[in-house]
Design a protein around this ligand. Sequence first.
Ligand SMILES: NC(=O)c1ccc[n+]([C@@H]2O[C@H](COP(=O)([O-])OP(=O)(O)OC[C@H]3O[C@@H](n4cnc5c(N)ncnc54)[C@H](OP(=O)(O)O)[C@@H]3O)[C@@H](O)[C@H]2O)c1
Length: 280
Amino acid sequence: MEFIVLSNNVKVPLVGFGTYKVNDPVEGKRAILDAIKAGYRLFDTAQQYGNEKLVGEALSECGVPREELFITTKLHFKVFDNPIPRLEKSFKDLRTDYLDLVIIHWPFGNYYNAWRVLEDYYKKGKIRAIGVSNFEPGRLIDLIKNVEIKPMINQIEINAYCQRKEDIEWYKKFDVPLQAYSPLGHGSHPEMQQEEAVINAAKAHNKTPAQVLIRYITQQGISVIPKSSNEKRIKENFDTLDFSLSEEEMNAISKLDKKTPSVGRSEDPILVERLYAKND
Ligand SMILES: NC(=O)c1ccc[n+]([C@@H]2O[C@H](COP(=O)([O-])OP(=O)(O)OC[C@H]3O[C@@H](n4cnc5c(N)ncnc54)[C@H](OP(=O)(O)O)[C@@H]3O)[C@@H](O)[C@H]2O)c1
């Protein structure tokens, strides 16, 4: 496995496994075990996904030693005023006494308070790295200017239709590595895999369009966490580091950018309203 290295030398696998909507007690657990078998060691969950218990159960039974796994969870913005009880539940549900990465899921509510709690857990050695998610550059810079420990990673939607080229320059300037969620477009854009630039590159490398879309991101030094519940696709998404796209292929895919996220921007009023209305 290749890695990105955070400011504190923690190594984050370049390809990890997303678990949003991996909730079924039987099929979900099977998918996580299939991912282990395929070679994934990074598992990305969140308090909001309602599956930390399932992820914890599967990982505790998977046969891989804890120190070889990389477990990420995210703090739900609805607990930012008092994050400790819910964070302690994450440790319990995930059956671990330390977490590799804990992330502020959305820049809403009292996230400064939540960040200070994460700093405290980090200093105590209970969390190996702390980061944020869905922080557009302005929010991220503001946070950096006002906290003791700079976020070590920003997990944000990046895929062929939402490439964030200008934003990436800001993240680079402030030296915050990225992790791309929804690298395949959240399942909402099957047409992404039909794009000529993607199909041509897939044919040239004897790979699938999904593999090309994932490689397009990792080749920029960005970690990815694709989700699948299908054994074949789980394996396919992992087997993406044994080829490189040419400069021409990268340029052709670069032109597909529509600057439209599938999940939504943290500044999008419809998304914000929807997330606050959710009963989780
Ligand atoms: N921080 C955040 O706010 C945030 C937001 C969204 C997601 N995430 C994280 O990022 C992870 C990945 O994002 P995502 O789940 O939104 O979307 P994604 O990984 O871009 O896409 C998942 C969808 O693509 C399908 N798929 C997967 N592999 C495929 C392949 N090789 N060929 C064709 N289709 C394929 C899946 O269907 P099948 O399952 O049927 O294969 C599923 O419908 C999540 O699971 C979660 O851990 C974080």
